[in-house]
Design a protein around this ligand. Structure first.
Ligand code: TYD
Length: 230
């Protein structure tokens, strides 16, 4: 496994080619994922986005990872009771996601819902990537069983602002949230190049970020309505 120093000396991760379509042809729903480092406000923005979409008449399923299921609970507990080994942690995130896909994500997409996720496999690329796994390998593994997003909203925040926000929230912060880890996670998130990626400035106040997200989502909603009208 690579150490953080190895990753630094390699200068981060290379970009990938764009390959995806704007609307999935595999299901009638629409999958929106919010990602970004700790402190970007994903949970608040996921809730506001869900409410905004519902106001426009869309049926929305909102969820998050790690989930509140057995594997997700174990992962959350491990954050307070001590770290799992990197292998155990990766295995649990994958088991949690398998279950999430089968019980929540795929059924909702098949029903035609808009699914809004607070974190998904890009977080595994980033956070388990910095524990030494190859982010591209993680991406391939996940895309073998988990639907690709139609839209990935990457909330963009400087590490300094993230540190300030986390400091206010968590006091000392925790191991996940140290500055260097945040920096490397950020690099991995930004290495994801694909048609479905949209970067949103999250330095702004909550309401402005929400408006930026609604503007970003708007063209997809128009396409979605057009597809449904056919
Ligand atoms: P989260 O509940 O979003 O924490 P918070 O609300 O405090 O930001 O996620 C918990 C942690 O789990 C977060 O630091 C990122 C990490 N994580 C991974 O390491 N891998 C993953 O695949 C996912 C989904 C999350």
């Amino acid at each position: 496994m690579e150490s953080i120093a190895d990753l630094r000396s390699r200068g981060g991760y290379s970009a990938q080619p764009a390959t995806s379509l704007n609307l999935s042809t595999n299901h009638p729903g629409f999958l929106i994922v919010l990602e970004g480092i700790d402190g970007t406000g994903k949970s608040t923005q996921a809730r506001l986005l869900t409410e905004g979409l519902q106001k426009q008449g869309f049926k929305v399923t909102q969820s998050r990872e790690p989930t509140d299921g057995p594997y997700g609970r174990k992962l959350r507990e491990s954050a307070t009771t001590g770290r799992l080994s990197a292998e155990e942690e990766l295995d649990l995130f994958h088991k949690d996601r398998h279950e999430h896909v089968e019980t929540t994500i795929r059924p909702a997409l098949n029903e035609g819902d808009i699914v809004v996720l607070d974190r998904y496999y890009f977080s595994t690329m980033a956070y388990q990537g910095i524990r030494g796994f190859d982010p591209q390998e993680i991406r391939r593994t996940n895309e073998g069983f988990a639907p690709r997003p139609d839209l990935l909203l990457l909330l963009e925040l400087s590490v300094d602002t993230a540190m300030n926000r986390i400091g206010v929230r968590d006091g000392q912060g925790n191991q996940f949230e140290r500055k260097e880890s945040l920096q490397l996670c950020r690099e991995i998130f930004h290495s994801v190049k694909d048609d479905f990626v949209q970067v949103v400035d999250a330095e702004q106040p909550v309401e402005q970020t929400h408006e930026a997200i609604m503007r970003t989502v708007h063209p997809s909603l128009t396409s979605l309505r057009a597809r449904r009208a056919q």
